[in-house]
Design a protein around this ligand. Structure first.
Ligand code: AHR
Length: 513
């Protein structure tokens, strides 16, 4: 039996839960757009061709902001291809994913979809093959009310009102040799600074995200952030980060401790940004945008090992199946711990986007002319987006630990917690990383009096199945949430038992004491 003691204190808060950390990502990649969010022939299609079943699941998931249109795709994309009469839009080769892009779906369609999904748009610009001019023109097209060539073109194309996009990504993964238009830190830093300046000349109200490292193992990690911010500190608001994790060679212990790397990555980027702040005598802080994160088994098209080798397949297809990972119970527990890491760092991580929304390494799956369904990883996201409200509470955890080959040792019980003073609720998001043992957890609620448990649910392997159980067309949604029994509260103390390898959410009614 594992044991863990967690303490929270009403006075020890980290900051307001940033709603934008419940973001997602829609890329023109595989079947994320076509047959994912958009399928005009589908039986649930809206008059604009959006899949209503996928829209419903997006809303149920509680997604707050969606990054678009890529990803690697954006580094070779002309935004102008995706606007104007659909029958006049060019068909193009997308080199990033070796796909035939019809451009049937573009900015106007995405803006309409975002309204229906009730999400904020986070628009990425192409700083791979393009530069300052295309960037500022896109801001003018999207955000200027009217009376100029580009803003009037938007109106002519059907959008009388500006899209009013606040959040912009200055390119994507330009530190990666696989990226179209890969750059050195100095090349990118200068370009990002100039693009940011010109974009703000058009619309001073926008918020800008500079490209950071594609993961913490990149050879330029650290140096990249330092150089880019040295060039662009005054012009940007956020530094981006990306990270994907997966179970390698059956090493489940390390995989389950992936959030240790996420913690390290976040804390290192915060330290680097703050070092540039000190050296440059800047006043403002740069916050973080973790705008791609998830579990990804790094298998590519047609079973290739490396996703970036997709370009070698030699066949150009429209929306092929690409990296449609099927997620199991272990993956859901890891996703829960990654969300915990993001939430615990909510004083600096202000934006986060799970990559991606549908079909491509996604919590939602859909079949062409068929159903849509929730993968296992849907649940930790959906419940945290629903219940993590108000203040993030600092958690002090004393837990039995596990040694891992990749990430050193980690707490067997992982937690994050929030306090919604307005509604008198505290919420706890817990994971038991132990593969074999249950965990006895005791929570000391200092400064709170808890009156009743209002929600207690757990995600665990279904009856008779193991940790590799998934949801697919044959199994149905067998991996999901069920009630967590026996959560006891007694004033300022809560006790519960987490089953082996599980993720759980507990919400309690509290008053300040
Ligand atoms: O999300 C899939 C891909 O992963 C994105 O296009 C890219 O930015 C990253 O390498």
């Amino acid at each position: 039996m594992t044991r863990a003691r967690i303490t929270i204190d009403r006075d020890f808060t980290i900051g307001e839960v940033p709603r934008r950390i419940f973001g997602s990502f829609v890329e023109h990649m595989g079947r994320c757009v076509y047959t994912g969010i958009y399928e005009p022939g589908h039986e649930t299609a809206t008059e604009d061709g959006f899949r209503q079943d996928v829209l419903d699941l997006t809303k149920e998931m509680g997604v707050s902001v969606v990054r678009y249109p890529g990803g690697n795709f954006v580094s070779g994309y002309n935004w102008e291809d995706g606007v104007g009469p659909v029958d006049q839009r060019p068909r193009r080769l997308d080199g990033a994913w070796h796909t035939l892009e019809t451009n049937e779906f573009g900015l106007h369609e995405f803006a309409k979809w975002s309204k229906l999904a009730d999400v904020e748009i986070m628009e990425a610009i192409n700083l791979g093959t393009r530069g300052v001019d295309a960037a500022r023109e896109l801001v003018e097209y999207a955000n200027h009310p009217g009376g100029t060539y580009l803003s009037d073109l938007r109106r002519k194309n059907g959008a009388e009102e500006p899209f009013d996009i606040k959040l912009w990504c200055l390119g994507n993964e330009l530190d990666g040799p696989w990226q179209i238009g890969h750059k050195t830190p100095d090349e990118y830093g200068r370009l990002a600074m100039e693009a940011a300046k010109a974009m703000r000349y058009v619309d001073p109200s926008i918020e800008l995200v500079a490209v950071g490292s594609s993961n913490s193992r990149m050879p330029t990690f650290g140096e990249w952030e330092y150089s880019v911010l040295t060039h662009a500190y005054d012009e940007v608001d956020y530094m981006s980060m990306h990270a994907y994790y997966y179970e390698q060679d059956g090493d489940a212990k390390s995989f389950l401790a992936s959030a240790v790397d996420m913690d390290y990555f976040i804390e290192s980027v915060v330290a680097t940004a703050d070092a540039v702040r000190a050296r440059g005598k800047h006043k403002k802080f740069i916050d973080l945008s973790f705008d791609e994160w998830n579990v990804w088994y790094q298998r590519g098209l047609d079973g290739e090992d490396q996703p970036h080798n997709i370009t070698k397949s030699g066949v150009w297809r429209e929306h092929p199946r690409v990296i449609e990972d099927e997620y199991n119970v272990t993956d859901a527990v890891v996703v829960g711990t990654l969300l915990n890491s993001l939430l615990r760092h909510g004083d600096r991580v202000k934006i986060a986007n799970q990559a991606q929304l549908v079909n491509v390494i996604a919590p939602i799956r859909s079949e062409e002319n068929g159903p849509a369904w929730r993968q296992s990883i849907f649940w930790p996201f959906a419940r945290m987006a629903e219940l993590a409200k108000g203040q993030i509470l600092r958690t002090s955890t004393v837990s039995d630990r596990v040694d891992t080959a990749q990430f050193g040792d980690a707490d067997l019980v992982d937690v994050s917690a929030t306090w919604d003073e307005e509604n008198g609720r505290a919420a706890f998001f817990l994971a038991n990383r132990g593969l074999d043992d249950s965990a006895e957890v005791e929570v000391a609620l200092r400064g709170f009096a808890a009156s009743k448990v209002t929600r207690a649910e757990v995600l665990v392997a279904p009856e008779g199945k193991d940790r590799f159980a998934t949801n697919n067309l044959d199994t149905g949604e067998q991996v999901g949430l069920k009630p967590l029994e026996n959560v006891q509260i007694d004033g300022g103390r809560m006790t519960l038992t987490l089953p082996p390898l599980s993720w759980a959410v507990i919400e309690v009614a509290v008053t300040a004491s």
